[in-house]
Design a protein around this ligand. Structure first.
Ligand code: BUP
Length: 454
């Protein structure tokens, strides 16, 4: 009899932060000889996503793309102004359309790996297809613990200003993703519907590693957070891949001429836009830090509508000062290459989980400045394990204005801290061990494929 390759369908949801780990997982599974189908929701929210998907598919023509045309959301459901949440919900409501194209795939699917915001709808698919359903959780193990515990948490208890997650500790309500505290928000609904059903999954893959979150991963797998979870498999760090980045080399050339660890890199991810006032304060903070800097400016939530030039956004006068000491960009940059450059000694980050894992992989200490979502929980983790520092009183970047002078001082602290540099280097060493042939990542993936191919 012919031996079929293990065929896995990958089902990401909206946003770069969700797409990137799926494509990195795809790259890993290909190296282990799997056959893959990538479900791409049409139309995507941002150009960053559509560009990334096309680069990925041209790099791997052997991958089947299953174009999934999602149904438009009824306006009565659309009670959010976040384009990414609206897309989450639209995808969830269209999942039934995937039944027949997925069952027609050949060879038949061995497993489906879905985004965490798709658990409840994907479980219906995999029940019909009679295949295992895994979720790829796209944030930290700490965040996953909260997600798993959420259905049991007494969120509405007004007498308590924090949530005690078993084995993890207290998480202040102010650190939770803000939309979770808004009754009947799309986000809250997803959290409770999908959170309630994680025990029905066959496993949870997570871009995490023991060196950073060993205790949490052990607690999750020993039933200490909640009872009866399927295996939580740390497969991190997922490695950045060549296809991810267009050849934008100008920033790298600029870095090439600078001394080791002399530059601070500032980028706040793909999902948040800073206010004009905050952009100006960041600019003056970078200048006052005395360090050289590479700063990626973002002033719109979705890149498709991003039209204004840098001079207009930052202001001509400040722009002149900025150019003397640093490089300011308003385009997609090769973040992993920048973080891996010897001239870069610190990273001001929004703490999107992919960025955090990339900082660990490259051994760059982080100045955590959470903007939305899971990022404050990730920032707390960064400070606890010493991958970086977090100025708690800054609150949510989207809500408070941090003054340039204050920022400049913190940048100095970050760049001058020997302790942070050493700790970050330790995480880099552990990350490199984890991704070696025969390392923990390899073994985890082999174990999964072994199960899927039975
Ligand atoms: Br912006 C940008 N270049 O210019 P996160 C991002 N990235 O390579 P997010 C670039 O996109 P959420 C750029 O390296 C990382 O892999 C970056 O993911 C890459 O944050 C990814 O860090 C961004 O998880 O979303 O997209 O803001 O916080 O929702 O995960």
């Amino acid at each position: 009899p012919s031996v079929h390759q293990t065929h896995v369908a990958l089902f990401p949801s909206a946003g770069i932060g969700h797409l990137v780990p799926f494509l990195r997982l795809a790259n890993t599974l290909l190296r282990h000889n799997c056959k893959l189908t990538l479900i791409t929701s049409q139309p995507p929210v941002s150009s960053a996503e559509s560009h990334l998907i096309s680069r990925f598919l041209s790099a791997f023509p052997q991958i089947t793309e299953l174009k999934f045309h999602i149904l438009p959301l009824h306006p009565s459901i659309a009670n959010s102004d976040d384009p990414f949440f609206l897309q989450f919900e639209a995808i969830r409501r269209s999942v039934h359309l995937l039944n027949s194209p997925l069952s027609a795939l050949s060879p038949p699917l061995s497993a489906l790996v879905c985004d965490v915001t798709l658990i409840s709808s994907a479980l219906q698919l995999t029940a019909t297809l009679n295949i295992p359903n895994y979720a790829l959780f796209t944030s930290s193990a700490r965040m996953f613990s909260f997600f798993a515990y959420y259905p049991f948490a007494k969120m509405s208890d007004p007498s308590s200003d924090s949530i005690r997650v078993p084995a993890i500790g207290s998480i202040p309500k102010t650190s939770l993703p803000p939309p979770l505290l808004v009754n009947n928000s799309i986000f809250q609904k997803i959290f409770s519907q999908d959170g309630q059903r994680i025990k029905e999954l066959n496993g949870i893959l997570i871009n995490a590693m023991d060196a950073m979150e060993g205790d949490t991963l052990t607690a999750l797998n020993n039933g200490k957070v909640i009872n009866g979870l399927p295996p939580v498999v740390p497969i991190g760090p997922l490695l950045p891949c060549d296809f991810e980045n267009p050849d934008a080399k100008s920033s790298i050339k600029w870095l090439d001429n600078l001394p080791p660890r002399s530059v601070v890199f500032a980028s706040f991810g793909s999902r948040t836009a800073a206010s004009r006032d905050q952009i100006k304060e960041i600019g003056s903070g970078l200048v006052s830090s005395g360090y050289r800097f590479l700063w990626v400016v973002k002033d719109k939530v979705v890149d498709k509508e991003d039209k204004e030039g840098l001079e207009e956004i930052v202001g001509e006068e400040l722009m002149k000062k900025l150019k003397e000491k640093g490089m300011v960009l308003k385009e997609w940059v090769n973040q992993e290459e920048i973080l891996g450059h010897r001239a870069v000694g610190g990273f001001i980050s929004h703490c999107g989980w992919n960025s955090v894992m990339e900082a660990a992989l490259k051994g760059v200490p982080v100045l955590a400045w959470p903007q939305i979502g899971d990022q404050m929980i990730n920032a707390e983790l960064i400070a606890t394990i010493g991958l970086g520092m977090w100025v708690e009183k800054w609150g949510w970047g989207q809500k408070c204005l941090v003054k340039g002078e204050e920022l400049g001082g913190r940048i100095k602290e970050l760049m001058e801290s020997e302790a942070l540099r050493k700790q970050a280097a330790k995480f880099r060493d552990e990350a490199i061990k984890a991704v070696e042939v025969g390392g923990s990542c390899d073994r985890a993936i082999e174990g999964l494929i072994g199960k899927w191919s039975k």
